[in-house]
Structures are given as C-alpha cells and as structure tokens.
Design a protein around this ligand. Structure first.
Ligand code: NAI
Ligand code: MG
Length: 321
C-alpha cells in the first residue's frame, strides 16, 4: 500500500495542498493519505512545530506532499524546513522551469555549502564556512547525470575562477559526468544567471551547489510568470518531499485566491517519481486544458478562486477518465 504524508503547513499551504491532495485522490484513490500538521500555526497552539512522532509518519510514508511553513517572525522557533531536510536526508532540490522559452531543470545541492550552518559572529567579524565534500558532490552529480541522461546535456554552474571550493566541486562533478557519459559544459555562475535570462533554450539540466542553486532557480523562474506556477522535488536516498517553490504567502492567505498550480504540479512530480508517469501526464494536461480555457487566479490577472481553479482541474481529470 502506497502511503503519502500530506502536510499543508501554514498560510496558503492550507489552501493549495487540499487541491493537490484531491487530484491525487482522483488519480490514485487506493493510495493512503496521512495528514500531518506542522509549522507556525501548530507551534502557536501547542508550543511544538514538529516532533519525533511527525517525523516517524513522514519517514514511514513513500513520499511527502508539502505546502509551506511560515518562519517565526522573530526566530522564536527553528526552521522547520531545514529540520525536515536534515531529518529526511533530502540532499537534492530539483526545480523544473518550463515556459517562456525555458525547458530546464535546476539541480541544487541541498545539504552543504554556505547553508551547512557552520558560522559564527564575533564582535567585529562574522564568518560562514562554505563546505563542499567529495561525497555530497558525487552524490548530487550522479543525480544530475541521471536526469540529464534522459534529456540533452548538463551544465555545471560555479565560481571556480575565484573559489577553491568551486574548483573542487567542478572537478568532481565533471569527473562524474565523464564517467557516466553525459555531455557536459560549465559556466561561471554570475554569467550563467544572465545567460539563463537571455538564452534559456541553451540550457537543459543545470547543476549547482546550495546557495548558487537558491539564487539561480529564482532567476530562471523569471521565464514562468510567477511563483504560483513552480513545483519542486526534494530528494534523498530514502525519502522524498514534493512542494511548491513558493512559501506561505501571508499577504494573501485566508482569502481563497492562491494559485494551486505549483502544488498541483508538485503532485504530478510526486506521481512521476513513484513511477506513475501516466497519471503525472494526465494531471499536467488537465492543468494545461484549464489554463487554455483562460481560467486564471488573480496572480495571473484572472478572477478565479483557488477552489474554482482546482475544481476545474479535477473536472478535466474526471472527464478524461
Ligand atoms: P512567498 O512565496 O510566500 O510569497 C511571495 C509573493 O508571492 C507574495 O506576494 C505572495 O502573495 C505571492 N505568491 C506566492 N505563492 C503564490 C500563489 N500560489 N498564488 C498567488 N500568489 C502567490 O514568499 P515570502 O513572502 O518571502 O515568504 C512568506 C513566508 O513563507 C515566510 O514565513 C517564509 O519563511 C515562508 N517560506 C516557506 C517556504 C517553504 O515552506 N518551503 C519557502 C519560502 C518561504
Ligand atoms: Mg529562495
């Protein structure tokens, strides 16, 4: 029995995840969905944002469908997103960008680099260490190569002209690509950010370390007309978590106007990852059909509510059987 943990989280996570979960229910009614409550709202109510029992449910499920959690306004509770990433060993963040001339995938190393948490602040000096290890670089490079093998080629983004850690990263990643027989090139990350905007069609799979990936994936998202459309996958050796790129959007939360497309596309990535390519495709086609009819949520200039858009996608799915 396939078990999917469903985490709405905070803010618009509570509005868009139910739409994506309903689509999963239509496509795979036999899958068990396990709701897990985490995040700021739960922390405010109970004093706990995430506990060991929640992690147990997440770890025992085949995949996690995730909305977003709000960070605490004054850092009163530690980042749930980082805690989940560590607890589930989610070392890769995969962000497909499809639209506006782009059909590319940013593969971001998600466990080390500047976000490894090795930092200190002294009176007149602050220091954050950028840690790149051989094991983590090989692991993410192999994953990027697997993705690139079914597509066109791999580009490695880096700053090897300045940073020793990047020469190390580049050398290892190139070696993995050569061993796997994947066509590879590389580019300086700053120039790459501009070129991805100017010539998106040149790029296919782009491999980057943690912070460069954080920035580059937002830059590439320019081609797609908004955060409400972008899905992502977080992959580990044993666990996977699928979530929209966007956060909890407190500015529009509770109004029923959030765009559920990113959450729906995240559900499609989950289906694809669990081997149901057909259902993933059906879901993506249903979204396209509804968009082609001109139905839009307010972020894209329309007037449809989250539920109106979601119901239209569900109807399109059911009509096609
Ligand atoms: P955000 O992505 O929540 O919102 C940025 C802007 O995009 C807002 O104007 C919002 O209304 C709009 N937007 C986002 N998703 C939308 C959708 N589906 N439909 C229509 N409009 C949409 O980013 P922000 O404001 O920086 O962060 C808000 C909170 O979310 C923070 O507490 C942040 O820490 C958290 N966050 C959580 C993430 C996660 O759980 N993985 C990721 C990013 C942010
Ligand atoms: Mg970001």
């Amino acid at each position: 029995m396939t078990r999917i943990a469903v985490v709405e989280g905070d803010g618009i996570g509570r509005e868009v995840v139910p739409v994506a979960a309903a689509a999963l229910q239509v496509l795979r009614p036999e899958w068990e969905q396990l709701p897990v409550e985490l995040g700021l709202e739960r922390w405010r109510r109970t004093g706990t944002a995430l506990d060991e029992a929640d992690l147990e449910v997440l770890r025992s499920s085949d995949a996690v469908l995730f909305g977003a959690v709000s960070s605490a306004p004054n850092g009163e509770y530690p980042s749930v997103v980082l805690a989940l990433r560590r607890a589930l060993g989610l070392y890769a963040n995969i962000r497909p960008v499809l639209g506006g001339g782009a059909d590319l995938v940013v593969v971001r190393e998600n466990s080390e680099g500047l976000y490894a948490g090795r930092e200190r602040i002294e009176a007149d000096r602050a220091c954050t260490e950028r840690v790149i290890t051989r094991a983590a670089t090989e692991r993410i490079a192999r994953l990027a190569c697997r993705l690139a093998a079914g597509r066109r080629h791999l580009t490695i983004g880096h700053k090897a002209n300045v940073l020793a850690a990047d020469r190390f990263f580049l050398g290892i990643a190139r070696g993995v690509a050569a061993a796997e027989g994947v066509p590879v090139d590389d580019a300086f990350i700053d120039a790459l950010c501009l070129d991805v905007l100017r010539r998106p069609g040149r790029y296919d799979v782009i491999l980057v370390e943690n912070m460069f990936g954080d920035i580059l994936s937002d830059v590439a998202a320019f081609h797609v007309g908004g955060l409400g459309l972008l899905p992502s996958a977080n992959l580990g050796e044993r666990h996977t978590l699928f979530e929209p790129v966007h956060g909890s959007a407190p500015d529009i939360a509770g109004r029923g106007i959030a765009n559920p497309t990113a959450a729906l596309r995240s559900a499609a990535m989950l289906l694809d990852h669990l081997g149901d390519t057909g259902a993933a495709e059906r879901l993506n086609i249903a979204i396209e059909e509804v968009m082609a009819r001109g139905l839009r949520t307010p972020d894209l200039g329309g007037t449809a509510s989250t539920l109106e858009f979601g119901d239209a996608v569900l109807a399109a799915l059911e009509k096609r059987g």
